[in-house]
Design a protein around this ligand. Structure first.
Ligand SMILES: Cc1cc2nc3c(=O)[nH]c(=O)nc-3n(C[C@H](O)[C@H](O)[C@H](O)COP(=O)(O)OP(=O)(O)OC[C@H]3O[C@@H](n4cnc5c(N)ncnc54)[C@H](O)[C@@H]3O)c2cc1C
Length: 380
C-alpha cells in the first residue's frame, strides 16, 4: 500500500543502475554527463558496495609480463592489444575523474617476481615491448634483477625481477568514497540495503522489483533504462551470459619496521600479488590452489589459501623478517571463458557492464564510458 506522494516522487526514474561498485557508480556519472536533467538511481544491496570494489588490492595495473603472454595464448594479438588499450584508457579516465591526490594514486614501482617456471617468459619480453610500444610510447618491461637483494626477496625463488613501467597503485577505499561523493554531487540518488529481486521489461519501460522488509511488501520501481552492474552476482538476475564468481583471498600485516620495498608486485602469472601499504604488506591471491571452492559468492576465508599466503610471505617475500597478520578478508570477482568484460545492450532498455575479472580498477571507467556513449540508444 503506497501513498500518492510515494508513487509520484519515489518510484519513477529515467535510469536505474543495479550495483554501486566502481562500474555502477561510473555508469551513473557518465549518464549524468549525457543526460543533465534525468533522474538517475543506483540500487545497492549491501550497506556499502559488497562485491569486489571495496575489497581489492588497489593495483592500478594493466597486466604483468606473464599475464600478457598468457593473454596472447587465449586471444589473438589484436584482441590482446585492444584489451590492454581498454585498461589503459580506463585508468586514465579514473585518474582524470577523481584526481591522483584524492585517490592516493602513485607510482612507487611495479614489478613481477620471475620464478623458475616463468623464466622462458623473459625471452619474449622484447617482442612484447615492441607490440605495446605504439600504445605506451615506451618499453613496458625491463629487467630489474639488481633490486631482488635490495627488496629482500628469497633468491632461490626469484630468478629475475621484471619492472613494469606503466603501472601504479591507489587507495581503493578513497577511490570508492570519492566516486560515491562525486555521484552524489552529480545529483545521482544512491539507495543501499536494496536488493533487486527481478525486473520486467515492458513496452514503455522496465519494472524493477525490490522487497521492502519493513513494510513486508514489494516495491515496483519504474525506469526507462536499466543497467546491470552486478559483476559476479549477475546470474541471479540474468541468465544466458557466462559469469562465474571467483573469490579472492587477502591478508594484511601489521606495520613492519624497516620494510625494504614499496610499490606493487605480481607473482605466478598474476595469481599472487602484494604491495606495500602504509608500512604494511597486503598480500592476496592463491585462487589457483582451490578453484572449485573459490568459485563462490560467499564472502568467507579459505584456510588453505590463507595459510599458503602466510607461507609465501615467510619464505619468499619477507624471509628472515618477523611479521604478524593484522587482518584477513575476501572479495568476489567475476570471470568468464574470455578475459574481455561484457558490455552489452540486451535490448533498447536493458544494458549491462560486468565480468571485470581481476582488473576492474583499470576497466571500470572505460566500460562505463563505452556503455553510455557508444551503446546506449537515446529514444524515450
Ligand atoms: C581480493 C581482490 C583483489 C583485487 N585486486 C584488484 C586490483 O588490485 N586491481 C584491479 O584492477 N582489480 C582488482 N580486483 C578486481 C576489482 O576489484 C573488480 O574487477 C571490480 O571491483 C569490479 O567492479 P564492479 O563494479 O563490476 O563489481 P562489484 O564491485 O562487485 O560491484 C557489484 C555490486 O553489485 C551489487 N549487487 C549485486 N547484485 C545486486 C542486486 N540484486 N541488487 C542490488 N545490488 C546488487 C553488489 O552488492 C556489489 O556491490 C580485485 C578483486 C578482489 C576480490
Amino acid at each position: 500500500m503506497f501513498s500518492y506522494w510515494e508513487q509520484q516522487s519515489f518510484l519513477q526514474y529515467d535510469h536505474i543502475i543495479i550495483g554501486a561498485g566502481i562500474v555502477g557508480l561510473s555508469v551513473g556519472i557518465e549518464l549524468r554527463g549525457r543526460f543533465p536533467k534525468d533522474r538517475i538511481l543506483v540500487l545497492e544491496r549491501g550497506f556499502m558496495p559488497t562485491g569486489a570494489s571495496s575489497r581489492n588490492a588497489g593495483f592500478a595495473c594493466m597486466g604483468s609480463l606473464t599475464e600478457l603472454l598468457t593473454d596472447l595464448e587465449l586471444m589473438n594479438e589484436a584482441a590482446m592489444l585492444q584489451l590492454f588499450a581498454m585498461r589503459k584508457s580506463g585508468l586514465e579516465r579514473l585518474r582524470e575523474r577523481l584526481g591522483d591526490r584524492q585517490i592516493d594514486y602513485c607510482e612507487n614501482g611495479s614489478y613481477e617476481l620471475i620464478d623458475e617456471k616463468a623464466v622462458p617468459a623473459l625471452e619474449r619480453m622484447d617482442d612484447l615491448n615492441r607490440l605495446l610500444f605504439p600504445l605506451l610510447g615506451k618499453d613496458a618491461f625491463r629487467r630489474a634483477d639488481q633490486r631482488i637483494a635490495d627488496f629482500g626477496f628469497a633468491a632461490q625463488f626469484t630468478k629475475a625481477l621484471v619492472e613494469n613501467t606503466a603501472e601504479g597503485e591507489l587507495d581503493t577505499g578513497k577511490m570508492l568514497r570519492a566516486l560515491t561523493d562525486l555521484a552524489l554531487q552529480n545529483n545521482i540518488e544512491i539507495k543501499t540495503g536494496v536488493s533487486v529481486q527481478r525486473f520486467e521489461e515492458q513496452e514503455n519501460g522496465v519494472r524493477v522489483f525490490v522487497p521492502d522488509t519493513l513494510r513486508r511488501e514489494e516495491w515496483v520501481l519504474q525506469c526507462r533504462k536499466l543497467y546491470l552492474c552486478t559483476n559476479a552476482f549477475t546470474p541471479e538476475l540474468l541468465s544466458g551470459e557466462i559469469v562465474k564468481p571467483g573469490r579472492g583471498q587477502v591478508l594484511l600485516t601489521h606495520v613492519i619496521p624497516g620494510l625494504k620495498f614499496r610499490g606493487i608486485f605480481h607473482m605466478d602469472d598474476g595469481y599472487y600479488y602484494f604491495r606495500e601499504l602504509h608500512g604494511r604488506v597486503l598480500f592476496g591471491g592463491g585462487r589457483n590452489l582451490d578453484f572449485e571452492t573459490e568459485t563462490t559468492t560467499a564472502l568467507q576465508l579459505n584456510e588453505e589459501i590463507q595459510n599458503k599466503l602466510g607461507e609465501l610471505l615467510r619464505t619468499v617475500i619477507l624471509p628472515g623478517t618477523p611479521f604478524e597478520v593484522a587482518q584477513r578478508w575476501s572479495g568476489i570477482m567475476a570471470f568468464g571463458p574470455t578475459k574481455q568484460p561484457i558490455v552489452k545492450a540486451f535490448s533498447t532498455r536493458i544494458y549491462g557492464a560486468f565480468r571485470m575479472g581481476g582488473m576492474g580498477l583499470a576497466l571500470g571507467s572505460e566500460v562505463a564510458y563505452q556503455l553510455v556513449h557508444t551503446l546506449l540508444l537515446d529514444e524515450k
